[in-house]
Design a protein around this ligand. Structure first.
Ligand SMILES: *Cc1c(COP(=O)(O)O)cnc(C)c1O
Length: 417
């Protein structure tokens, strides 16, 4: 089918939850995806941080084909070879003790919220009401099921579906005073996205993370860290919290975990896992042999190819090149991020829109998040030449978009909205 006919068919048949780019993708190799006409696109978004090893990596292909031949699904009523093997790797790299596998980031976060409530019940004494309140941060994103959405502050995601799950309070990100003010004995958990991805690559400070850890410990509450987007190597360490010397009680991972197969994991301590009994929580598909075998190959490949170091190096190179660009383009207000999770914030939403669509015309994929922010989540295997190509294109696209956006908007009406 052609792009036009796919668009027509989807327009008639799908619930319109997405406004897609007008590109029909058919194939991927290395750092490139290819459209229906065989044109290559440099992919700096990787399926929103999922395809960290790029496309068609031989180790992934091998694990996938071998396991698909043997066994795809068994249900969680039986043992298979790969859940413990994957849990062993995930607990080693995170410092946590145990894993629960599911199918997505949202589900991992949902499990964390449920486990936090279940854990809190075991801490209350003499029939007192157990702590129930969950603190979450403004501008964080944890997913779209009722529980996960209830801890996601963004009004446009929440309002159409209210009322949501009660018991959540929002804290201003990086405002330790606000966190201290809202922490009390009714709190059972505080949830933090170490680098807020959907809201424009906004890092949580070391000071705030350490304060959250300290307060959680003091009140007997749990620190839940969401590294669904920033974890598993994206910042040059296995997890972003490892840059700050804090340890969570629970950790969620997903996006790059199984190279594009749906797989999420909640990692937790023995103390929390102890309160969960068979039957309390579960999933039909979660942690199946195919997804887990591929996830093992992902972690082994990151280790074998020295990709954490490569991510640090290339990330720093990419960041420096963006900073150079900022010197030439005052419309870039800020360059931020860590490793290969980077952002350039522009001075207007119109400009950011024009730039990211201009880049797509030049067949370079990135995205725009939080209206004004260009987000880069390139594959871990990216090379300097790809960064150079993207920066040169961005330079040109910015220059022409700056002119056309400024021509379209009278200067008196220009603002940072
Ligand atoms: C993407 C994302 C989620 C949701 O994950 P899904 O796999 O889409 O359910 C949750 N938290 C963060 C930080 C994310 O980036």
């Amino acid at each position: 089918m052609s792009l036009a006919s796919v668009m027509r068919a989807e327009g008639a048949l799908l619930v319109p939850t997405y406004d897609r780019y007008r590109v029909l993708l058919r194939k991927g190799r290395g750092v490139y995806v290819y459209d229906d006409a065989g044109r290559a696109y440099l992919d700096l978004l990787t399926g929103i941080g999922v395809n960290a090893l790029g496309y068609g990596h031989p180790a992934i292909r091998k694990a996938l084909l071998q396991q698909a031949d043997k066994l795809i699904h068994v249900s969680n009523l039986f043992y298979h070879d790969y859940q413990a093997a994957l849990a062993k790797r995930l607990t080693r790299i995170s410092g946590l003790d145990r894993a629960f596998f599911c199918n997505s980031g949202t589900e991992a976060w949902e499990a964390a919220l449920k486990f936090a409530r279940a854990y809190a019940r075991t801490t209350s004494k003499n029939g007192a009401q157990p702590p129930w309140r969950i603190l979450a941060l403004e501008n964080s994103f944890h997913g779209r099921t009722f529980g996960s959405l209830s801890t996601t502050a963004t009004a446009k995601y929440r309002e159409p579906f209210e009322p949501l799950v009660p018991g959540v309070r929002f804290v201003r990100a990086n405002d330790v005073r606000d966190l201290e003010r809202k922490f009390d004995p009714s709190v059972c958990a505080v949830g933090i996205e170490t680098i807020q991805g959907e809201s424009g690559i906004k890092p949580i400070t070391r000071e705030f993370l350490q304060a959250a850890r300290g307060l959680a410990t003091r009140y007997g509450a749990l620190l839940i860290i969401d590294e669904i987007q920033c974890g598993l190597g994206r910042t040059g360490r296995w997890f972003a919290y490892q840059h700050h010397g804090v340890m969570p009680d629970m950790l969620t991972v997903a996006k790059p975990l199984a190279a594009g197969l749906p797989l999420g994991a909640l990692l937790t301590t023995d103390a929390v896992a102890r309160v969960i009994k068979p039957g309390m929580h579960g999933t039909t598909f979660g942690g199946g042999p195919l997804a887990c075998a591929v996830a093992i190959a992902v972690i082994e490949t990151i280790e074998k190819e020295g990709l954490l170091e490569h991510v640090s190096k290339l990330g720093e190179y990419f960041r420096q090149r963006l900073l150079e660009l900022q010197d030439r383009h005052p419309s870039i207000l800020d360059v931020r991020g860590s490793g290969l999770m980077l952002a350039a914030e522009l001075d207007s939403a119109d400009l950011a829109k024009a730039v990211h669509l201009g880049m797509l015309k030049r067949r370079i994929i990135l995205n725009r998040t939080h209206d004004t922010v260009l987000r880069f989540l390139p594959p871990f295997i990216i090379q300097r030449k790809h960064v150079d190509h993207a920066i040169a294109a961005l330079d040109a696209v910015l220059a022409s978009a700056e002119k056309s956006v400024r021509a379209a908007v009278p200067s008196s009406a220009r603002s940072n909205s």
